[in-house]
Design a protein. Structure first.
Length: 235
């Protein structure tokens, strides 16, 4: 079941090419963002897109939880929002199909997972191969999955970080676009460490998305490079 919410600014998610500058608008990349909660990474991307005048637009934010706080932020900015509640589906594939339907009406060029806490099936992932990014709060391939900061502290890591990567069917795995490295301080607990990593996420995810929409990323043999040679590491 797809529960459409907030159609009040539908014009922003309408077809490209209309209006007074059709050539420019036709080049705009359409971004759909999936969230499950507060959506601070989504907010960082929406803000960077507007402030830096990317050739792109966040056309929709879709959540799998009706109470996802990030939906309010998106709706207030006139971005189309929808909820596909995973609890309404008995089968994972049915959820994936409904989610894809809610996404595809927006005809995205790029699909972003931003704190989206559902595992997506291989068939879903293959639909968006090469145009779906995720951010994970660890230095992948270390610590895929949940509780990354707790596990990093327990392992005595001296540095942690975050990774933006293309999504593959394997969870928290795929060609790495950019990573941040963040020090672990002696007094850190899960909360302080996650806050420090999150601040770096808000820098690297918008940057990686900007590179994508500007066509600056290439993937060869599973390795992502920036065509202009920009550093893909934030330290
Ligand atoms: C972030 O740490 C992200 O890396 C992880 O979940 C968290 C989501 O935070 N996948 P937010 O919803 O973007 O604020």
């Amino acid at each position: 079941m797809v529960q459409g919410r907030v159609a009040k600014h539908r014009i922003l998610s309408g077809p490209v090419g209309s209006g007074s500058a059709p050539t420019l608008r036709a080049a705009m990349k359409r971004i759909v963002i999936l969230i499950s909660g507060r959506g601070s990474n989504m907010q960082a991307i929406v803000q960077a897109c507007a402030e830096q005048a990317w050739p792109a637009r966040v056309v929709a934010v879709v959540a799998n939880r009706p109470g996802a706080a990030g939906l309010v932020y998106a709706a207030e900015r006139g971005i189309s929002t929808a909820v596909v509640d995973h609890k309404a589906f008995g089968q994972r594939d049915d959820f994936d199909d409904a989610l894809a339907a809610a996404i595809n009406i927006h005809q995205p060029d790029l699909l972003l997972l931003a704190g989206f806490m559902r595992i997506l099936g291989a068939a879903f992932v293959s639909r968006y191969e090469g145009r779906m990014l995720n951010i994970h709060p660890s230095l992948l391939p270390a610590f895929p999955g949940l509780h990354t900061h707790r596990r990093a502290l327990a392992a005595g890591c001296k540095a942690v970080g975050a990774t933006v990567h293309f999504v593959t069917p394997q969870i928290d795995h795929g060609p790495i676009v950019m990573q941040s490295v963040v020090p672990v301080r002696p007094a850190d607990d899960e909360h302080t460490l996650s806050a420090r990593v999150l601040a770096s996420e808000h820098l690297i995810y918008p940057l990686a998305v900007r590179w994508f929409v500007n066509g600056m990323l290439q993937v060869q043999d599973g390795v992502v490079t920036h065509t202009g040679g920009a550093s893909q590491l934030l330290v």
